[in-house]
Ligand binder design. Structure first.
Ligand code: ADQ
Length: 489
């Protein structure tokens, strides 16, 4: 039982996120198989070793029976994970509905759903109610496992209502909240019908963090303009209580990627890839298949490049690895068909009997294959239309110690603020600009590539996920001490 754990010298950190870092697949009445999930948050937090970490979240599966629930709790405990059980209806309304249909597109500047206004307004309220209910369910599980002194770190747009729920249960709980997506301009946020309630709930946290200074500034403006509160250099003040707001740019566990090249599996993969694509430059895209990642725009830019540069047609290949997500959502199904259609058309247009210009894979790759792929790449294309940070760009840089390949990076990814000096920054909506950047990157002289790579490599290896988490937690502890001093004065 968690409560009887003897406290180690490491600080206990309860990481609360919508999804656990593993997905559970049922194998029998009381048997479960656990698989590690792909995603930015998981990649970042798996590298965090300084804390005695417990994860609290949904296991991605409906478990209506008690036997199944008990068996899953036991299986997950070995991975230091604690499940929150959500039924199908809640998942539909909270996760598919409010989180993925409303907050995700809105925070990425894609606006609120456009279908029948009345239907949207009606379902909006029931989805928001389910969102609040789900957040309460998370809060109950946190309360059950919380030990005094624990740091509770809530993650992402799924859990904006959680800080308030936690503080209502225990005012002394140390609560931090971090957003992995962009926080949009207050002009966008104010279109959200539940705009004030969500802001107030987040403000119940002691520390609120974002990837970039711009997102933090947008959040503070939303609080001042929508709630009429006072923004200060430290955060947002409401009746003498300060919620600290700051930027904490995430990183990766760069050592894990660098060390991977000592492994024979990675070397074998690299050898295979080099043989397979000998004589051609390799361009790479690795994304979750999501509208924010700008995959169709990227492929169209590559088409334009081939169109304008016939001499490159048999000398370059684009490998696009797109792991499907939210596969039950019609818009995502449409995106998959759209990408397949464009890839098919371009391969038909520029392919030969022996080679095609685009290899598109609809699946996830294991870590070793991914490292090898990053390492043999000459040019990586990250063309997100909006992206909180984008860890793929960091992972690519970490794996390029020998090749010193070029990163083409969207100016709308948070990573543009940290890797901008080494990357070629592009507007992903401007297909002509991206196409000419591809030409520039493929022809870049070695000394310029080296200089650009060095800049980014230093950043990626010094701004790691470990440092990110340690900074956030230490700032949270300091914030609480300062607040105690203020109330004593
Ligand atoms: P994501 O939108 O998931 O994360 P990203 O930061 O690029 O985006 O991270 C994706 C992770 O999944 C990377 O670690 C990558 O290696 C892995 N991945 C993607 N496709 C894969 C594939 N086909 N096979 C194997 N692995 C794959 C959210 C936000 C981001 C933010 C992160 C972290 O949307 O903006 O950077 O959280 O805060």
């Amino acid at each position: 039982c968690e409560r009887q754990d003897s406290r180690t010298s490491r600080e206990r950190l309860l990481v609360v996120a919508n999804r656990l870092p593993v997905s559970a697949v049922r194998r029998g009445v009381d048997s479960w198989h656990l698989e590690i999930s792909v995603g930015g948050l998981v990649s970042a937090l798996l590298g965090v070793k300084e804390f005695e970490t417990r994860w609290i979240g949904w296991a991605g599966v409906n478990v209506p029976d008690e036997i199944g629930q008990r068996a899953l709790i036991k299986a997950l405990a070995e991975k230091r994970c604690i499940p929150v059980f959500l039924d199908e209806e809640i998942v539909h309304q909270y996760y598919n509905g409010y989180c993925n249909n409303i907050l995700w597109p809105l925070f990425h500047y894609l606006g609120l759903p456009q279908e029948d206004r009345l239907a949207t307004t009606r379902s909006f309220q029931s989805q928001f109610d389910a969102y609040k209910k789900a957040n309460q369910m998370f809060a109950e599980v946190v309360k059950e496992h919380y030990v005094e002194g624990d740091v509770v770190w809530c993650h992402d747009y799924h859990l904006m209502f959680l800080p308030k729920c936690l503080k209502e249960r225990n005012r002394k709980m140390k609560v931090g909240w971090f957003l992995h997506t962009p926080f949009p301009s207050s002009e966008i946020h104010r279109t959200l019908p539940s705009r004030s309630e969500l802001l107030r709930s987040v403000l119940a946290a002691d520390l609120v963090g974002f990837h970039t200074y711009d997102y933090a500034r947008h959040f503070v403006s939303a609080c001042t303009r929508i709630l009429g509160l006072e923004g200060t250099p430290e955060g947002v003040e409401d009746q003498g209580r300060l919620t600290r707001v700051a930027a904490f740019p995430i990183g990766i566990d760069s050592d894990r990627f660098i060390r991977a090249f000592e492994l024979p599996q990675v070397q074998d993969h690299m050898k295979e890839l080099k043989e397979r694509f000998a004589g051609r430059k390799v361009m790479l895209g690795v994304d979750r298949l999501d509208m924010i990642k700008g995959i169709p725009q990227k492929i169209l830019a590559f088409e334009k490049f081939l169109e304008e540069n016939p001499n490159w047609r048999d000398k370059v290949v684009l490998l696009q690895i797109a792991v499907p997500t939210r596969t039950d959502v019609p818009e995502y199904q449409k995106l998959t068909s759209q990408v397949h259609e464009i890839v098919g058309r371009i391969n038909g247009r520029f392919g030969t009997l022996t080679a095609v210009p685009i290899h598109h894979l609809d699946r996830s790759l294991d870590f070793h294959a991914l490292c090898a792929l990053y390492a043999v790449t000459d040019v990586a294309l990250v063309t997100s239309l909006r992206d909180g940070m984008n860890l793929v760009s960091y992972e690519f840089v970490a794996c390029q110690a020998s090749k010193k390949g070029v990163l083409i990076l969207s100016e709308f990814a948070g990573a543009a603020q940290s890797l901008g000096a080494g990357a070629i920054l592009v507007n992903p909506w401007n297909v002509t600009e991206v196409a000419s950047s591809i030409g520039y990157a493929l022809n870049m002289p070695a000394d310029e590539r080296e200089k650009r790579h060095h800049h980014n490599f230093v950043h990626v290896t010094t701004h790691t996920s470990q440092e990110w988490a340690a900074t956030f937690v230490s700032e949270l502890n300091d914030t609480i001490v300062e607040a105690q001093l203020r109330t004593r004065q």
